[in-house]
Design a protein around this ligand. Sequence first.
Ligand SMILES: [Zn+2]
Length: 79
Amino acid sequence: MNKTQTNCPICDGAAKQADATTGDFLEISCPECGEFQISRTFLQVVKDHPVSVRRQSLERAKIRARYGLPPLVTSYDLP
Ligand SMILES: [Zn+2]
């Protein structure tokens, strides 16, 4: 899978991004936040939220994630 350099949508640090096989999501690999998937709708609104709120959203997604699968952060995880 092709990975491109990007800024982490959660912490704004350097991360890698790959297109997930199921179109509406991106896979992010961040040295600080780990591996997770993010919906394109979340990506569109994430810049409107401070980093602390983004981290909360990722934490919520981690709690919800099934064992062995990367967490999927969607706009529903925003407060
Ligand atoms: Zn990050």
